[in-house]
Design a protein around this ligand. Structure first.
Ligand SMILES: NCc1[nH]cc(CCC(=O)O)c1CC(=O)O
Ligand SMILES: [Mg+2]
Length: 329
């Protein structure tokens, strides 16, 4: 074909490149994860996540308004609860006046149109740092799912738009969907963490919430009996299809960058939106390299996020959301 076809012709100027660009980022692409703590006027930087903070409810309200102004229209809430409130039953997770329930109402009151998504898993409430109930060295599947369904209902009652179960128990999407339907929450959506891998990239998040598995006898030190083995690909398809059959409205792949093959494969396989979570470790890795002057922060950030979208992400949960939107708009 050469020289009739010179591929470089379409790269000759930024005007030309922008004309033929296949993947364009927009504020509509993002879900903003937010960490919430008790107190007033609290804005604590997370040690392993530079420039990312835990916010008390009054500052959460301010943040929601700021995000809305930037065009960011969905948030994903996580709470850091006091050790005294943690147990092995998830009792505090069901408290109608718990921190999560108040956080939902705070955002909804501040910006009624903001889409409020909530994390559903027991780890922030677990004395053992596990996503479910622990018994004799095991994470109980069905007992945990039952509590997660109650927790989801409690979030829906507080006003959540989308429930986001991040626990990886089998069958929990069905349990949650069924309970929400029974209780009349027909329009409360479910974003299922479907292909969630047992990843070492979650470290900084566990610092943020103080939610890492504890080092005690007979307590599993990792989450490998419920989160997926990162060596597996076909299993991700199985997990995702089951969640769709159980009633998920959106499915998710997590983490992001190391799993873009999985994102593309799932995107080709299913016909509902696929979310990708660019997780805490991915954020911290770039922050650290940029602090050392080894990588150009903004350039690498845009490259990473664009790659996630190019791979097939319909939406991206990212700690970089604000930074990206400030650059692109
Ligand atoms: N169910 C907990 C949960 N929900 C989201 C993340 C990780 C998010 C991140 O690293 O940014 C985790 C951590 C874990 O599974 O241990
Ligand atoms: Mg599953």
């Amino acid at each position: 074909m050469y020289p009739l076809r010179r591929n470089r012709r379409l790269r000759t100027s930024e005007s030309m490149r922008s004309l033929v660009r296949e993947t364009i980022l927009s504020p509509n692409d993002f879900i903003v994860p937010l960490f919430v703590v008790e107190g007033k006027g609290v804005k604590e930087e997370i040690a392993s996540m530079p420039n990312y903070y835990r916010l008390s409810l009054d500052l959460l309200e301010k943040e929601a308004k700021e995000l809305w102004k930037l065009g960011l229209k969905s948030v994903l809430l996580f709470v850091k609860v006091d050790d005294k409130l943690k147990d092995n039953t998830g009792k505090e997770a069901l408290n109608p006046d718990g921190l999560m329930q108040r956080a939902i109402k705070t955002v909804k009151n501040a910006v009624p149109e903001m889409l409020v998504m909530t994390d559903v898993a027991l780890d922030p409430f677990s004395a053992y740092g596990h996503d479910g109930i622990v018994s004799e060295g095991l994470i109980l599947n069905d007992d945990s799912s039952a509590v997660l369904a109650e927790m989801s209902l409690s979030h829906a009652q507080a006003g959540a738009d989308v429930i986001a179960p991040s626990d990886m128990m089998d069958g929990r999407i069905f349990e949650i969907r069924t309970l929400l339907e029974d209780e009349g929450f027909h329009n409360t959506g479910i974003m299922a963490y479907s292909a969630k891998y047992a990843s070492a990239f979650y470290g900084p998040f566990r610092d943020a919430l103080d939610s890492a598995p504890v080092d005690l006898k007979n307590i599993p030190k990792d989450k490998k009996t419920y989160q997926m083995d990162f060596a597996n690909r076909e299993e991700a398809i199985r997990e995702t299809i089951m969640d769709i059959e159980e009633g998920a409205d959106i499915v998710m792949v997590k983490p992001g960058l190391c799993y873009l093959d999985i994102v593309r494969e799932i995107k080709n396989e299913v016909n509902i939106p696929v979310a990708v979570y660019q997780v805490s470790g991915e954020y911290s890795m770039l922050k650290a390299a940029a602090e050392k002057g080894w990588l150009d922060h903004d350039a690498v950030m845009l490259e990473q996020i664009t790659a996630i979208k190019r791979a097939g992400a319909s939406m991206i949960a990212s700690y970089f959301a604000k930074d990206v939107v400030k650059i692109i708009s």
